[in-house]
Unconditional design. Structure first.
Length: 535
């Protein structure tokens, strides 16, 4: 490991970690002195969460929103921004995008995670890509010697979860299966929330040879969602006839549903495979060279009660070469990286059998970037971190005949002042951006008369964050205010009532979003901790 001196200060409550100083950790980049809220893996598991989407709302400023009660699609948001504006990394790898944001976050297991870092705003994210709202960096567990841990949990209403963690000196292996039954509060046979089943297997292999560290991780996850009916009925095709009041007793929707299950049922079958390799070479005591490569494949098969089927295959490839050098009170890092994404979609109902077939939403995305970072400790009180991203972005909706080519220059700074050993304040600014990879699911649930792409700009956002925190042996308190100015936001103009296609386009307006929160906690005796927050 190379780096200038660093200090860890962790509250006894065991959830939030503030990082000071600088360190280039093997296999991933930690962003210097940026204040990082970190939920540990144990903390995530103790809430009995089936997936990251269920557990991550324990962090201040982070929320999980379910925007479709029937199919259970969820978004993870930071400080009131949209789910598309949250960048999700796994060990620093960009493995998620707008496409996986609909159901992919429900396929991220809690088992096998050592923690989740929360970087609020582009300034705190420093070198991470995009990051309009901020970044969630999921840290996977490394091997910890010969261990085996088994977990089994049962909850109300038929929910259950079983998982295991096994490890040797060089290999960590984990798996999880969870079931969440549907809820039918009014007992009319139509669920208010869907049935959900998750299955995951993960392994991580580490090895060190002649000053070179290797880390290979693979994950295979399955997600099944059945919404609408509460009998776990899985239609094998779609129906064009949607549910009507006549499908309920006495034509009253509060009474028992007696119609065909296909008319109310959404089924989403998702499978994700992730593979990532990190190779780090110590060149000398002050320098290291890191190579990162990864591939993600996500396949979605869905039948919707709106009367159509939809399938897509999404593949993301990423590669990066990074050089880090410790020079006095600085840690300088430069990286070249590339990301390539290909999404192909199919639909019998929309693309083939429709009287006027719709044009598929298949797309291609390419990003080539250069990142320069400097982590600098000026004194015992002051630290200054800065980063500059230069990204050349290309988006091509291959069959909708719409392209975007744009170059983004994104400066980011993070300044921290430590008043004493317990109190510190932090100010950050950053330019975030988002390639608007709009697709059919972006207007999820619409009775489509088609969709058109008129987006011609990349979304951008100026982000300012100020925080003040106090950390003491038995208690802590922190307050944060986050302001974002969002430019060129992509949205859908719904013209369904006019019998016209939905049009995805950039807004001419600027949007300003301000969020503030206070979080505190402490020990009440030897065995009792208390935490509370207000947002």
């Amino acid at each position: 490991m190379l780096g200038a001196p660093y200090l860890w200060a962790q509250e006894d409550a065991g959830e939030y970690v503030e990082v000071e100083g600088k360190s280039l950790a093997k296999g991933r980049q930690r962003d210097g002195s940026s204040q990082t809220e970190s939920l540990s893996g144990e903390t995530l598991r103790q809430y009995g969460a089936h997936s990251l989407a269920d557990a991550i709302s324990q962090a201040s400023g982070v929320n999980t929103q379910t925007f479709c009660a029937n199919c259970g699609a969820k978004r993870v948001t930071i400080d009131g921004l949209r789910g598309e504006h949250t960048t999700i990394l796994i060990d620093g790898f960009p493995m998620h995008s707008t496409i996986s944001a609909f159901y992919g976050v429900d396929a991220i297991p809690v088992v096998g995670l050592s923690g989740v870092e929360v970087h609020r705003g582009a300034g705190q994210a420093l070198g991470a890509p995009e990051a309009i709202g901020g970044v969630l960096n999921l840290l996977t567990a490394n091997p910890k010697g010969r261990t085996l841990r088994l977990f089994s949990e049962y909850g109300s209403h038929g929910s259950s979860q079983s998982s295991f963690l096994a490890s040797s000196e060089k290999l960590a292996f984990s798996g999880q299966q969870g079931i969440m039954e549907s809820w039918d509060v009014d007992q009319n046979g139509v669920g208010e929330s869907p049935f959900r089943k998750t299955q995951t297997l993960n392994f991580k292999l580490t090895e060190t040879m002649d000053g070179t560290q290797f880390s290979l991780r693979h994950s295979d996850a399955k997600l099944l969602i059945i919404g609408g009916n509460v009998e776990h009925f899985r239609p094998t095709t779609f129906t064009r006839i949607q549910a009507q009041p006549a499908d309920f007793i006495d034509k009253n929707v509060s009474k028992k549903y007696i119609g065909d299950w296909e008319r109310i049922t959404d089924v989403i079958d998702l499978r994700r495979k992730e593979t990532a390799l990190t190779v780090t070479k110590d060149l000398n005591p002050e320098s290291e060279l890191t190579l990162r490569v990864s591939r993600v494949n996500q396949d979605q098969v869905a039948h919707y009660s709106h009367g159509y089927d939809y399938r897509n295959q999404d593949q993301i490839d990423f590669s990066q070469i990074e050089f880090g050098h410790a020079w006095g009170d600085h840690v300088l890092t430069g990286a070249l990286e590339g990301r390539w994404q290909r999404m192909n979609s199919q639909s019998d109902a929309l693309y083939i059998q429709r009287l006027e077939p719709l044009t598929p939403d298949s797309l291609r995305f390419q990003s080539r970037g250069f990142v320069l970072k400097d982590n600098w400790i000026l004194s015992d009180h002051w630290s200054f971190d800065s980063a500059l991203r230069l990204d050349d972005l290309a988006i091509d909706w291959t069959e909708l005949n719409q392209k975007i080519n744009e170059t983004i220059v994104a400066p980011r700074i993070n300044i921290k002042y430590s008043w004493d050993d317990h109190i510190s304040s932090q100010l950050s600014y950053g330019l975030g951006y988002r390639p608007p990879l709009t697709l059919f699911e972006s207007e999820h649930g619409s009775d489509h008369n088609g969709f058109l792409i008129a987006i011609d700009k990349v979304e951008r956002a100026h982000s300012w964050v100020y925080s003040l925190s106090g950390n003491y042996p038995d208690w802590f308190v922190s307050g944060t205010i986050h302001h974002t100015q969002l430019l060129h936001m992509a949205f859908a103009e719904d013209r369904v009532l006019k019998g016209q296609p939905v049009v995805f386009q950039n807004s001419d307006e600027d949007f300003r979003i301000t969020a503030a929160d206070v979080f505190a906690g402490g020990k009440l005796g030897e065995r009792l901790n208390i935490q509370f927050g207000y947002e």
